[in-house]
Write a protein that binds this ligand. Structure first.
Ligand SMILES: NC(=O)c1ccc[n+]([C@@H]2O[C@H](COP(=O)([O-])OP(=O)(O)OC[C@H]3O[C@@H](n4cnc5c(N)ncnc54)[C@H](O)[C@@H]3O)[C@@H](O)[C@H]2O)c1
Length: 332
């Protein structure tokens, strides 16, 4: 019997890549998704259960019936600027709905939980690369919501023995090397796909928000991690938990930072397009530099990123942007 893994938000960008790998590894992923930002085309017909995390009774019924051994929780809203304007949406979906899920897990005896956290928990870092024990000081409701969940988890463990690993991703990017899946947010707020959309003639230019930061070229620096490296970290984390590894928090990044201008320059090289830019003022709440220390997960779980070079990440993302897969309906 295959082990069932419930993947909330599995029709979204990162979750769909994890689902594909779970299947390849012989697990039976079941996706629980309301398709608010996820896509039917990213799903096989039999793996999607359409449902909302706000519907606790439905969630509980599914968990009771399917008896997953673990839950991977990707479902969330994740647009930082929107979280500043409409914090209520973020606390409801990312916090209250996560607690619904945890309660449904407790009621069904599901004991293992992998949580999609974020570098946003750190706010403006006091040191880079940022280690996991850096103070948590989010500067927006999106990051605050992730902190609330992370801080609640050890209490659930103490009371109910719920084992958990929180993975704090830095900037996820790139696409499935086989070209079946990729990033497709609407609106797209992430730099790499936005830059590539200019090269694909889907937007006229790329805005650079802030050119007066205290960085070598004045633009923000971020740590980009390829989505398939994130996928491997999830599998390692889940299998570690199932094998008795203690609950833990891990950063996931490449420990290398690239500025906005560097990303644009590499994208020009990959696409052969001039990619026009427009310099705009800083956005509130954007820290100048975010770079992960990922030493802990490398040391404890043996995680090893395979696509740590920006050009490869951008090449994979570009190939995805050029594919017409998105219009072809569900994977079969
Ligand atoms: N993409 C990144 O760079 C990044 C960085 C750090 C953290 N994260 C976190 O990773 C997770 C996945 O991010 P993503 O980029 O794949 O996002 P995404 O928007 O592509 O996927 C989220 C999925 O969750 C589903 N969903 C949302 N609310 C739901 C609800 N109430 N009930 C059921 N399904 C619901 C959506 O339909 C979608 O399929 C999120 O928790 C996000 O905060 C992402």
């Amino acid at each position: 019997m295959k082990k069932v893994i419930l993947v909330t938000g599995g029709a979204g960008y990162i979750g769909s890549h994890v689902v594909k790998e779970l299947e390849r590894k012989g697990y039976q992923p079941l996706v629980y998704d309301n398709l608010s930002t996820g896509h039917r085309w990213a799903m096989k017909r039999d793996e999607l259960i359409e449902g909302d995390l706000g519907d606790k009774a439905h969630l509980q019924k599914i968990l009771h019936k399917e008896k997953p051994v673990a839950v991977m929780h990707f479902a969330a809203r994740s647009i930082v600027s929107e979280s500043v304007e409409r914090p209520e949406l973020y606390f409801r979906n990312n916090v209250i709905n996560t607690f619904n899920l945890l309660e449904a897990m407790l009621a069904s005896g599901v004991q293992y939980f992998i949580f999609s956290s974020s570098a946003a928990v750190y706010g403006n870092p006091q040191q880079v690369p940022i280690p996991e024990d850096h103070p948590l000081d989010p500067v927006n409701p999106y990051g605050e919501g992730k902190v609330v969940v992370e801080r609640a988890l050890p209490w659930y463990e103490e009371a109910h023995d719920l084992r958990h690993i929180s993975l704090r991703y830095f900037n996820a990017a790139g696409a499935d090397p086989e070209g079946e899946l990729g990033e497709d947010h609407n609106p797209e707020t992430h730099l790499i796909p936005r830059v590539l959309e200019v090269a694909a003639m889907k937007r006229p230019l790329i805005e650079i928000y802030g050119t007066d930061y205290d960085t070598p070229d004045g633009t923000c620096i971020r740590d980009y991690i390829h989505v398939t490296d994130l996928v491997q970290a999830h599998i390692l984390a889940m299998e570690a938990l199932l094998n008795g590894h203690p609950s833990r928090v891990y950063n996931l990044g490449n420990q290398r930072g690239f500025s906005v201008r560097e990303v644009i320059e590499v994208a020009r090289g990959v696409t052969g397009h001039p990619i026009p830019t427009k310099e705009s003022p800083r956005r509130p709440g954007d820290p100048p530099v975010l770079i992960a220390s990922s030493e802990r997960i490398k040391k404890e779980l043996g995680w090893k990123p395979h696509h740590d070079d920006l050009r490869t990440i951008i090449e994979k993302a570009w190939r995805w942007i050029l594919t017409e897969k998105k219009d072809k309906g569900p994977l079969c």
